[in-house]
Design a protein around this ligand. Structure first.
Ligand SMILES: CC(C)(COP(=O)(O)OP(=O)(O)OC[C@H]1O[C@@H](n2cnc3c(N)ncnc32)[C@H](O)[C@@H]1OP(=O)(O)O)[C@@H](O)C(=O)NCCC(=O)NCCS
Length: 186
């Protein structure tokens, strides 16, 4: 990772950012058009309802240009489980700490909001190998996989990071391992 990074994280968006989300997803090269549409629809949901949408966004920005984003939210009907729905970094910015900053800031915010289980689902296919390695590297544990979930030969792999320093305190069998880092900008 670079010694000094020069991007900002923000937790708000405007309409122009919906196009930026689409641009980043298309540039990533591993999402189908319908998946890109879904990412943008979640952004539109957030614009319409903010946190009542059930989605939270963080955008990484450099020189007023979006270079990465993460979308996450609480899993309905659970006491403390949250999903990371999307994380994408502009290829020109990959490998420079943007993804780590996005995940760590999301983790800190989830913990503050009482979350204690953070789940990420991804594909088992080869073009997601880098993403799976990234999640493992950042302390997410591969919990399970479901063969052929997305399609023939395309399984779902579920990662989880667990922390019990916040959230309901009656399940003491789990050990905390989510690092909280305060970061309004980096
Ligand atoms: C996965 C992704 C978000 C990672 O973002 P990034 O900004 O490149 O990651 P970072 O530079 O912050 O890397 C953080 C750490 O993970 C490690 N890492 C990142 N990619 C890795 C890989 N492919 N293999 C192993 N380790 C990796 C880095 O070495 C770094 O380690 P360090 O902080 O200890 O030095 C980015 O590659 C991406 O957008 N991919 C395409 C979209 C995608 O597939 N998203 C996930 C959908 S499920």
């Amino acid at each position: 990772m670079m010694d000094s990074v020069d991007f900002l994280l923000r937790d708000w968006m405007d309409l122009d950012d919906i196009e930026e989300i689409g641009r980043l997803c298309r540039a990533a090269g591993n999402f189908r058009a319908e998946e890109v549409n879904v990412a943008q629809e979640l952004g539109l949901e957030w614009l319409a309802q903010k946190e009542k949408s059930g989605y939270h966004f963080l955008l990484a920005e450099h020189s007023k240009r979006v270079c990465g984003f993460i979308c996450y939210g609480p899993v309905p009907c659970t006491r403390w489980s949250w999903d990371v729905y999307w994380i994408v970094v502009d290829p020109a910015w990959q490998g420079r700490g943007v993804g780590r900053a996005l995940i760590q800031e999301a983790e800190a915010r989830i913990l503050k909001m009482g979350g204690a289980r953070i789940y990420i689902e991804t594909s088992s296919q080869d073009n997601y190998q880098g993403s799976r390695a990234f999640y493992s590297h950042l302390g997410f544990n591969r919990q399970t996989s479901i063969p052929d979930f997305y399609g023939p030969g395309d399984g779902k792999v579920i990662y989880v990071k667990i922390d019990v320093t916040s959230g309901p305190g009656d399940l003491d069998e789990q050990k905390p391992n989510v690092k909280v880092k305060e970061m309004t900008d980096v």
